[in-house]
Design a protein around this ligand. Structure first.
Ligand SMILES: Cc1cc2nc3c(=O)[nH]c(=O)nc-3n(C[C@H](O)[C@H](O)[C@H](O)COP(=O)(O)OP(=O)(O)OC[C@H]3O[C@@H](n4cnc5c(N)ncnc54)[C@H](O)[C@@H]3O)c2cc1C
Length: 404
């Protein structure tokens, strides 16, 4: 904790200015520390010109999260909800977390934060949770990372889960690292695989590393909770089971945790044409083998016939043949459609991590040794320019659709 030597403190406010967590303020010309908000970053101690601040950690340098690993039990999933709808990754995380909790012989808890969200809690039980902790507060109507981080960290300190999982979405990426800092524990971002170690309770967190050229498995064996974010569409959700029952518990976060420095003035929902690529059941992907921008129209014609979404490799988006939002892979979106078809895609690892969860993979490439054939369910060795018009004509005929 950070303590103030009242004799030395002159109330200059230097500490208040450098504290980005709002954990220190000057009251009656003396610094006052809010220990709950303090993350022990030490910025105030360094900034104090009077050396009036001192930082000490419990248990010879170990925080609460490292004192006793056995005190931390249970698996948590942070539910993501906006406008009354869950982000699909919430159900995907619950599916995996159910397996992890069963392996650990412990409970699975979903944490639901927002305004007017309580009525959506049972759906989380239907999707695998044993228990739902609901922080239903008007202050949480608009997403503000600071408030969500403080509420989740407060709950975790109270209840001590051993694992916390969240989506690697814009929201998860914004506030989960803050929670890990507040809890003084590790966080593995963008995981693609999660398992429990066979010889204990450590979470094996797998994610691409070194530009996706290898998969690293990371453990956090001296701290709790173990925290991971997982990309959407990597894990499989369980089918909803409305006969499942569980505990739904309302929690009331302290008022000061809900107050922050950010006020949301307006939210604007971006209009987009057609379904999201990540939601498409069929994805047709253009690779550099499409050869030029003009040839992309051949793929668009097939996508029209098949009611498919269009994807691209980075080679294609970098060439400007399709916009960046079409990019699939490590630095693009992750897809797991029923059918993925790659046209002139070589199968680089950075691309594979974004599509290898697809049910059926069809690869069309003129090089029989292209690595994409190693992951393909069906492979066609052919020139895309020859096969695309034939495929489009045949599929349009079968489906009774005009070929555009
Ligand atoms: C840090 C990092 C992040 C990255 N992130 C991503 C990412 O998110 N997504 C991504 O896709 N890539 C990513 N990349 C790039 C990746 O490494 C590859 O360079 C890229 O995926 C290659 O795209 P491609 O398969 O279209 O092109 P190429 O590798 O050039 O392959 C083209 C293929 O087309 C075939 N071909 C050529 N002409 C024809 C034809 N007429 N008919 C049929 N086949 C033909 C060739 O045989 C070849 O196999 C990343 C790279 C790095 C370093």
């Amino acid at each position: 904790m950070v303590t103030v030597d009242i004799e030395k403190c002159v109330g200059c406010g230097e500490c208040e200015d450098v504290c980005t967590f709002g954990a220190i303020s000057v009251v009656d010309e003396k610094a006052v520390v809010d220990q709950d908000s303090c993350t022990l970053c030490g910025a105030c101690v360094e900034a104090c010109p009077e050396e009036a601040l001192e930082m000490s950690r419990d248990d010879a340098g170990l925080s609460d999260s490292a004192v006793s690993l056995d005190a931390w039990r249970g698996v948590w999933v942070v539910a993501e909800i906006r406008n009354g709808r869950y982000a699909p990754v919430t159900f995907e995380l619950l599916g995996k977390a159910r397996q992890l909790a069963d392996d650990l012989d412990t409970d699975l808890t979903a944490v639901l934060m927002g305004a007017d969200v309580s009525r959506h809690a049972p759906e989380l039980v239907h999707r695998g949770a044993d228990r739902v902790l609901v922080a239903d507060c008007p202050e949480l109507e608009a997403f503000v990372d600071e408030a969500c981080a403080k509420v989740l960290a407060w709950l975790a300190k109270e209840e001590k889960p051993e694992i916390i999982l969240s989506g690697a979405t814009a929201m998860g990426r914004a506030f989960i690292p803050q929670v890990a800092t507040m809890l003084e524990t590790g966080l593995t971002a963008d995981c693609t695989g999660l398992e429990i170690s066979p010889d204990g309770r450590d979470l094996l967190q797998t994610r691409p590393a070194f530009g996706g050229n290898l998969l690293a498995t990371i453990i956090c064996d001296t701290r709790r909770p173990q925290m991971s974010t997982v990309r959407p569409h990597v894990l499989k959700a369980l089918e909803p089971d409305s006969s499942r029952t569980g505990e739904i518990k309302e929690v009331k976060p302290p008022e000061d945790l809900l107050q922050g420095r950010v006020k949301v003035m307006e939210s604007v929902i971006e209009e987009s044409e057609g379904p999201l690529l990540s939601d498409s059941e069929i994805v047709l992907t253009a690779g550099r083998g499409m050869e030029n921008e003009k040839n992309i129209s051949m793929l668009e014609a097939l996508a029209h016939c098949m009611d498919a979404g269009l994807g691209a490799t980075r080679a294609v988006t970098e060439a400007g043949w399709l916009p960046g939002r079409f990019q699939i892979g490590q630095t693009g979106v992750t897809v797991s459609p029923k059918l993925y078809m790659g046209f002139g895609v070589s199968g680089a690892i950075q691309h594979l991590v974004g599509m290898q969860g697809s049910d059926i993979i069809v690869a069309i490439n003129k090089d029989p040794d292209a690595p994409i054939f190693d992951v393909a369910t069906y492979g066609i060795v052919a020139d895309v320019k020859e096969i695309l018009p034939v495929l489009t004509k045949r599929i349009c005929q079968e489906r009774g659709i005009d070929n555009v």
